[in-house]
Write a protein that binds this ligand. Structure first.
Ligand SMILES: [Zn+2]
Ligand SMILES: [Zn+2]
Length: 237
């Protein structure tokens, strides 16, 4: 589904990933879960494109539900996997603490993850790292904004020409662990540093864009600052 000019949203009710098409060139933002690979091949076919044409997979962070099929893209193309330098070590695949999945509200997410090969996400990968403020030399040229807390290297990606911010898991519009909707931070236990995650909202709020595309949940079309204000109203945890 095209959510902005040349920006397509895919995934499931649980997890999003995105495709940027600029000047006929392709960048992926996140790579869903491993089992979402057919979504990519179907999406590219419907756009008349091929996996070999993907030039970059830019990860907002290194959680396994965002690293997903990145390795498979790389194996089938010359694509470079990009991740913030602080999420590149020790490996490229992190899992939230398993105890989070013990809550009944998280069972559908757990079942979904198990069905979609979450635990089999490869760890090792050759990556290119990026830093805060960097304009990535990939199709679309998003600017990275380091918003640590969810993970130490979590970033938003700002596509100014399309008035789009990909917020990763710095702010979501659906928390699949608690099954709550609306702009918010994810459940406390999933963040590496909750205080930092809360503080990073201030940094997110200053990004000037109308459309916020989160790692989880529906697009938010009323501006990034309003999404942050709404997250604060929803309470942090
Ligand atoms: Zn995450
Ligand atoms: Zn996530």
């Amino acid at each position: 589904m095209e959510v902005a000019d040349g920006v397509h949203r895919f995934g499931t009710r649980m997890v999003n990933w995105y495709l940027i098409e600029r000047g006929g060139r392709l960048t992926l933002v996140d790579a869903g879960m491993r089992g979402y690979w057919p979504q990519l091949t179907d999406a590219l076919r419907s756009l008349g494109r091929k996996v070999e044409e993907v030039e970059a997979v830019v990860l907002t962070h290194a959680h396994a539900d965002h690293v997903g099929f990145a390795h498979q893209v790389k194996a089938n193309s010359d694509a470079v996997i990009w991740v913030h330098e602080r999420d590149a070590e020790p490996g490229l695949r992190r899992f939230p603490p398993f105890r989070l999945y013990l809550r009944p509200t998280a069972w559908p997410l757990l079942a979904h993850g198990l069905r979609n090969g979450l635990l089999a996400t490869p760890d090792a990968a050759e990556v290119r790292t990026y830093t805060d403020g960097e304009v990535l030399e990939v199709p679309g040229r998003p600017r990275a904004r380091h918003l640590p807390g969810h993970t130490r290297g979590n970033c938003a990606l700002h596509l100014a020409d399309a008035s789009v911010v990909f917020s990763g898991d710095a702010l979501v519009t659906f928390d699949p662990y608690r099954r709550r909707r609306g702009p918010r931070l994810l459940i406390k236990g999933v963040n590496e540093d909750n205080d930092q995650a809360r503080a990073s909202l201030d940094e997110l709020a200053v990004l000037n864009a109308r459309l916020l595309l989160p790692g989880h949940g529906e697009p938010w079309r009323d501006g990034v600052a309003a999404a942050v204000a709404e997250a604060r109203r929803n309470g942090y945890w």
